[in-house]
Design a protein around this ligand. Sequence first.
Ligand SMILES: Nc1nc2c(ncn2[C@@H]2O[C@H](COP(=O)(O)OP(=O)(O)O)[C@@H](O)[C@H]2O)c(=O)[nH]1
Ligand SMILES: [Mg+2]
Length: 201
Amino acid sequence: MREFIIVGRPNSGKTMFALNFAAFIGSKTVDVTFRSYDGLMSCRHFSIEEAKVQLCGMALHKTRSLQSLILKMSLGKTIVNFKITDTCGIGEKIHHDETIRRGMAQTLSLLRCADFIFHIVDVAGINKEYLNNPSTIDREIYNYGIIRNSYTILANKIDLPSAQDNMTKLAYLFPKAHAIPVSALLSQGFKEVKACVARNI
Ligand SMILES: Nc1nc2c(ncn2[C@@H]2O[C@H](COP(=O)(O)OP(=O)(O)O)[C@@H](O)[C@H]2O)c(=O)[nH]1
Ligand SMILES: [Mg+2]
């Protein structure tokens, strides 16, 4: 089964994307498999709404381990299963909390072996400092992603006014990447994401 990994900074909207995308392609409920750095696995069943309340949030680093969903998509007359794995957000700094450091390490190791990378960038958060910083974690992910073929940026939070002018800045920062503008919150741009999954499943 093909595995799609969702990576990005904390708070960029990875978990919101995973859950609303599952709903968009027809899931009413999700079974989330949590895999922690020490190998512990657990599975919880949620309605999508419940999962959003429990797993998404403004607090940084709500997601501390790998969280996988098995989803289905119909391609012509066949139904294909694929795995989408939400991850602990990664940043430039070494985090003081060991669980988060380990969660970030888990993200990086899965990044290397996942079949396809969805890199979520918070477009509303692009500011002067971010533009002038040549070594943001997003640039590091981009530099790695473009040498792999299976890589797409999801330019998230386009529903926010501050994101409107930033799409051109995104194209300037990440010129070689395929980018899809989305709102994970409002499920905008998901038709194109679905087509991207279907091409790479
Ligand atoms: N306006 C807006 N807010 C979003 C969007 N996606 C996520 N958020 C908000 O950003 C915060 C972090 O989202 P979450 O999915 O938990 O981020 P994660 O840390 O990357 O998993 C939450 O408060 C979400 O409601 C979006 O497309 N638009
Ligand atoms: Mg999360």
